[in-house]
Design a protein around this ligand. Structure first.
Ligand code: ZN
Length: 496
């Protein structure tokens, strides 16, 4: 048995001004055949899961390139075609294969390609023919297009948000792939379009219980896998939205019935999944009370993991205005300021302008005389079993406030990001992180309280106000009752 594996992934915020090119992949993650480290990354976990099984299950593994770019704006066309064609050439050289196992994200959009994953999967299908099993792991923040479902045999998304189960899902994908190659199962995928878009953290209710039920249903005979595709509201593509994906063992009526039933259950949960969001002023005021352990404030909508810059200063400016001390910010993206800090050196005190440079809505730059407390040429944070590069970083201090400036855009996953620069997060009064929910597991462990702040910018967080041009279906919350046909002509949205 011969299995080819590769990965190509990023999440595209089509509203973001930060275009994604080859350098974006190289600075996040890019490993050619044989170069992949023994630790998985979020989107290349299938390669590691294949390596684990290759010897035990007696198959030959052919490794292709794996790459991941921090979420950003549209992917440069030449960059997408280069990375895609590299994988296609590697696969061509590896033929014949019994299976292709891919790590994708699912919300990658390039100039001229609204559905990069659909394009890649259909080219792979054309190369391998109808009998080779094509399997892919997806991020739930993906667009599940018709094309992908037609071209692949097995698609499995991470269940958890935070996505800490990426390795578990990859192992499941590889097990099902092997079973399908051996003819022990015949995967049958069905999907249901929930006609909605929402943010669906699974660390709290109602999603927590919903997932628990899904796990029980997966034990039912004939059910192989159930994925909740959350969708990604910052991607303006025709099929954006939440979907339910069910794979059964050759039982189309069961997979269709389950997908619809669970899909309508998810629809009934719309608008109820996000924890309470505070205004910036209110959230920062909560830092004034002395707590036993740090209060963690999440800057939910300046999350580089959603494709924005992560250099917003709205919360920092409010902390300065309320004259609070003992607050640490991890991180604010500003490669130019990091460069200036490196030139001045550790221990120097310099006038510095930082943050707020990438867009008009996320706060003005901050000007301060700062002490440079620490510099790291290459700093890393952990996320589950993976290591996330933050690039060259500077820890600056002023007015009793600590800020980590980073040069690789990345969201805040874990308290290790503070420790990487020498800040002891447990000793801070408050920690401000840029993340929607991936930070939760790591930071809740050391927090006296976790608060979600709605600074209203720069992420396009309100679908009713986003200027979608390609979205073709009526979905909630743009339309109140999208499952009713007569709403379909509203707001220029036509039936698909
Ligand atoms: Zn995601």
């Amino acid at each position: 048995m011969r299995i080819f594996t590769a990965s190509l992934a990023t999440e595209t915020n089509t509203f973001s001004p930060m275009f994604t090119d080859l350098d974006s992949f190289r600075s996040s993650f890019y490993a050619r055949p044989g170069e992949h480290p023994p630790t998985p990354t979020l989107c290349s976990a299938p390669l590691i899961a294949c390596r684990e099984q290759a010897t035990a299950q007696g198959f030959t593994l052919i490794e292709g390139s794996c790459s991941w770019a921090e979420p950003g704006g549209l992917v440069n066309r030449a960059c997408y075609e280069y990375l895609r064609d590299e994988i296609l050439q590697q696969l061509t050289a590896a033929l014949p294969v019994d299976a292709v196992v891919l790590g994708l994200h699912g919300a990658m959009v390039a100039q001229g390609y609204d559905d990069c994953e659909g394009d890649l999967l259909s080219r792979i299908r054309a190369l391998v023919g109808p009998d080779t099993v094509i399997a892919a792991e997806l991020d739930p923040h993906s667009h599940l297009t018709r094309k992908r479902c037609e071209m692949a045999d097995l698609l499995i998304a991470f269940k958890e948000f935070p996505h800490l189960d990426f390795m578990e899902r990859a192992r499941e994908l590889v097990q099902l792939t092997l079973a399908a190659v051996r003819g022990n199962i015949k995967p049958c995928m069905s999907r249901f379009d929930c006609r909605m878009i929402d943010v669906l953290p699974t660390s709290n209710e109602p999603m927590k219980s919903f997932l628990a039920r899904i796990r029980l249903l997966e034990q039912q005979p004939g059910v192989l896998s159930i994925s909740v595709i959350h969708g990604f509201m910052a991607g303006d593509v025709p099929e954006m939205g939440s979907q339910l994906l069910v794979i059964t063992d050759n039982d189309p009526s069961l997979s269709q019935q389950l997908a619809k039933q669970l899909g309508m259950e998810l629809f009934a949960m719309r608008g109820k999944s996000m924890p309470e969001m505070l205004s910036v002023e209110e959230g920062v005021r909560r830092l004034q009370t002395k707590n036993n352990g740090p209060v963690v404030l999440a800057d939910v909508w300046d999350n580089p993991g959603g494709g924005v810059a992560g250099d917003g200063t709205l919360i920092l400016r409010e902390v300065i205005r309320q004259q609070l001390q003992g607050i640490a910010f991890g991180t604010i993206w500003d490669p130019m300021a990091v460069q200036l800090c490196f030139a001045a050196g550790e221990g120097a005190e310099i006038p510095l302008r930082f943050g707020g440079k990438s867009c008009a809505t996320a706060g003005e730059p901050v000007d301060k005389i700062v002490a440079i407390k620490a510099l790291r040429a290459s700093a890393w944070q952990q996320f589950g079993g993976s290591e996330v590069p933050m690039g060259a970083c500077a820890w600056i201090q002023f007015d009793g406030i600590d800020v980590i400036l980073n040069s690789n855009r990345c969201q805040s996953f874990d308290p290790s990001l503070f420790r990487a620069l020498g800040i002891v997060p447990e000793q801070c009064r408050g920690l401000v992180v840029k993340s929607t929910n991936h930070f939760y597991q790591g930071f809740a462990a050391i927090a006296s309280e976790v608060l979600y702040l709605d600074a209203k910018a720069p992420y396009p967080s309100d679908p009713r106000r986003n200027q979608y041009r390609k979205l073709t279906r009526a979905i909630w919350p743009i339309v109140e009752q999208p499952h009713l046909q007569h709403h379909e002509s509203k707001r220029g949205i036509s039936p698909c």
